[in-house]
Write a protein that binds this ligand. Structure first.
Ligand code: HEM
Length: 95
């Protein structure tokens, strides 16, 4: 990809929460960074901002544990089995 997507943990330390919110909501013109505003409520975007802000001091084990407990509000209908109502954070990031 060009320009290269940033390393989120590094980016999180340099940007303010307001800047991250704006970027996630509106995307970045002339790059592949999509705007999440049209498909996500502000409250959901703030959740993403909180996650990005946490990344620099998150240990791999904590990330893993979070993946296991994360719930997918409203989007998990139709899922079955032990993973019902839970979502893979990576999956969420890739959407
Ligand atoms: C907060 C700072 C962030 C910055 C500065 C940033 C910037 C960028 C840039 C420069 C690209 C690649 C552009 C290209 O190759 O054309 C990109 C791609 C992407 N970003 Fe971000 N991003 C940020 C956060 C996020 C977050 C939090 C998410 C997820 C919620 C996200 C989701 C994506 C996705 C899915 C793509 C790839 C789009 C595609 O081509 O399929 N970004 N971003």
């Amino acid at each position: 990809m060009s320009p290269r997507p940033p390393k989120l943990a590094e980016e999180a330390e340099e940007l303010s929460t307001a800047e991250i919110f704006w970027i996630v909501k509106h995307g970045i013109k002339m790059t592949g960074m999509p705007a999440w505003g049209p498909t996500h409520k502000d409250a959901e975007i703030w959740d993403i901002v909180a996650f990005v802000k946490k990344l620099p001091d998150m240990k791999p084990a904590e990330y893993k544990a979070m993946k296991l407990t994360a719930t997918d509000e409203g989007e998990a209908e139709g899922r079955q089995g032990p993973a019902a109502g839970k979502i893979d954070v990576e999956e969420k990031l890739q959407r």
